[in-house]
Design a protein around this ligand. Structure first.
Ligand code: PTJ
Length: 267
């Protein structure tokens, strides 16, 4: 990792938590460039905490949810990928690749609508190869009444007319509002108990940095499937079981870590 002059730290390449530190610095740099909201740092920390108790790996339960999500997005008439500051800072290239593979536009939709943030996010996405980013032109923005937060401002060519919305890491109220509008919501959230996780139709409990490349890989395969095959994948998925299995996975993981810690403590 590069020397970060502002923080006066140099993280050695062999640091055991190098990946986690690298993404932290992406979030910090993103905040300095207005891409990430100040609260995005706290959201990232909460995510790290949940990732820790999931073993920082994509488990089989999440893979099933990812498969259902990709199938659902390929079946959609108007799929949209909603982008906030954290996701744009963490994995802009992966967002662009997924958008192109699924033929689903990216729409910037922010909770904290500070001046300059939309432009900063547009810039980082364009640098990563994005074109025709929605949510950036005031003349095409409309409000969805069901939402009181800034997220009610949506693009009339995107979320407004969408049937399936992909919402990577997010605050809870929008998923509920989008559902009330009859949309299918796919969420990525490391917290399996968040309102987003509970309200979504398909909840991927995984770190967005691992989820997006996996989705693209699966999308490339599923693009050759028939609609019937894709429907079958969606139909066998059950989000209640998904959340339940994830919670059981966490409990088992913590018990295992407890045993490991006690073995050391008892020496
Ligand atoms: O850029 P904006 O203005 O749209 O704001 C974005 C944030 C994330 C600040 C805003 O949506 C927010 O405050 O979200 P919350 O309510 O903190 O929820 C974020 C959720 O994402 C939490 O449940 C976290 O556990 C989860 N999360 C954080 N990092 C990741 C994550 N989930 C998946 N991958 C991550 N890397």
């Amino acid at each position: 990792m590069e020397d970060n002059e502002n923080n006066h730290v140099k993280v050695p390449k062999d640091h055991p938590r190098i990946t986690s530190l690298m993404y932290r610095h992406k979030i910090i740099d993103g905040m300095k460039k207005l891409v990430v909201a100040e609260a995005g740092l706290i959201a990232h920390g909460r995510g790290e905490c949940f990732d820790y108790i999931l073993g920082e790996k994509t488990n089989m339960i999440a893979i099933q949810a990812i498969k259902a999500a990709v199938a659902q997005l390929l079946l959609a008439q108007h799929p949209v990928i909603s982008v906030n500051g954290n996701v744009a800072a963490l994995c802009p290239e992966d967002l662009v690749l997924l958008s192109k593979t699924l033929n689903a536009p990216l729409e910037i939709n922010l909770f904290y609508r500070k001046n300059g943030r939309v432009d900063a996010i547009k810039h980082i996405l364009e640098e990563a190869g994005a074109q025709n980013i929605l949510g950036t032109d005031e003349s095409t923005m409309v409000e969805i009444e069901e939402l009181s937060s800034n997220r009610r401002n949506v693009d009339c060519n995107g979320i407004k007319i969408s049937d399936v919305v992909f919402v990577p890491l997010e605050d809870g109220d929008r998923t509920e509002a989008l559902k009330k509008l009859g949309k299918t919501v796919i969420a990525v959230d490391l917290n399996p108990l968040s309102r987003t996780a509970i309200w979504a139709d398909i909840t991927i409990v995984d770190n967005i940095i691992r989820t997006l490349p996996r989705m693209t890989k699966i999308a490339l395969k599923y693009k050759n499937y028939t609609r019937e095959q894709l429907k079958k994948i969606v139909d066998v998925f059950n989000n209640k079981e998904n959340i339940q299995n994830t919670l059981e996975f966490i409990i088992e993981y913590i018990n295992l870590q407890k045993e490991k810690a006690f073995n050391i403590l008892n020496k």
